[in-house]
Design a protein around this ligand. Sequence first.
Ligand code: FEO
Length: 391
Amino acid sequence: MDVTQIKSGIYYVGVNDRTKHRFEGLWPLPQGVSYNSYLVVDEKVALIDTVDAAYTDIFLDSVRRRLGDRPIDYLVVNHMEPDHSASLRAVLGLYPDMTVVGNRQTVKMLEGYFGNLRTLEVADGQTLSLGRETLAFYLTPMIHWPETMVTLAAEDKVLFTGDIFGTFGALDGGITDSQLDFERYRDEMRRYYSNIVGKYGSAVQRSFPKIEALDFDTVCPAHGPVWQSRIGSVVEMYSDMSQYKAERGVVIAYGSMYGNNEQAAELLARKLAGLGVKQIRLHNLSVSHVSYVLSDIFRFDSLVAGAPTYNGTLFPPVKELLDEVRMRQILHRRFGVFGSYSWAGCAVKQMCAFAEQMGWEMVSEPVEFAHAHTHEKTGSGLQTLAERLAR
Ligand code: FEO
């Protein structure tokens, strides 16, 4: 069985990256990532997106092995971010008569990244015949850049979606969801969404009706598995995340220089557990990468931030987390605060101001203490916080 054949005439020619440490120079990749590209082979041949520059040679080898002497007629650029477009010039070197297909925004970016190319500009809903197969293009701006679009291979009902429905995690052998262990990808899908696309929830919501109205039974994203058997649950998960829907659970994200705020975090977690809360995630923000914390904040409905005052302001790793949350405009979270100081309190004030900016509900009064942490100083305040969160 050739697992790279998605349907008759539609082939996977993407690559795995198990070397890069940080996606976009920011987000850790402990399980790697795939850059997916697809060939639609008909009377004309279309290539859908390319791959990261580090894998151009391997990618071109796959394309050549699949096509033999046949040329590529069209390169469809669903998304210009260089993890998908960087091999474009090398593809053009091999297939100089190829036309690059994109929308008005794509064409502008193509010129900026690659100079003057032969392009075909398409509008929302426009089609392009390859012979038996018709490609139809639908604009999905800001998922995740302004030029992003999806492409439907209409006769075969295959939808190529760029970053939409993508996940971190390289493809360990299989390509489609029925060839892989889905559980391995569920958390990485949430982390991919919350890190990369999370800021654009309203854009996802705007484009979703258009996507859902299309007739498809296979989803080919630009990262991670091809979805066939799990399209329903993946679409639902995506829709929920874009609306910031969350399940019951408490994320306790704290900074601690000498263990005092860490002790407050531990005490709060014990109290929550004592009240029957099972979904509790503690993150020491000097240790946990912010990408994992964001993923948990997308998943759960409550966040408690704890921090010492540092140089007259909020402890930097906690400030970084709150800035990332603010940037993603995450809605509807219940919020609690604890923090400490040694001579002038500032951390708690700043975390309360954050809640006000976000329009989040503070479930109880902030718990602030000076100097060393003791159960006597924080016990009663943390108990109230735990009881409100456990409701
Ligand atoms: Fe996978 Fe927005 O690039």
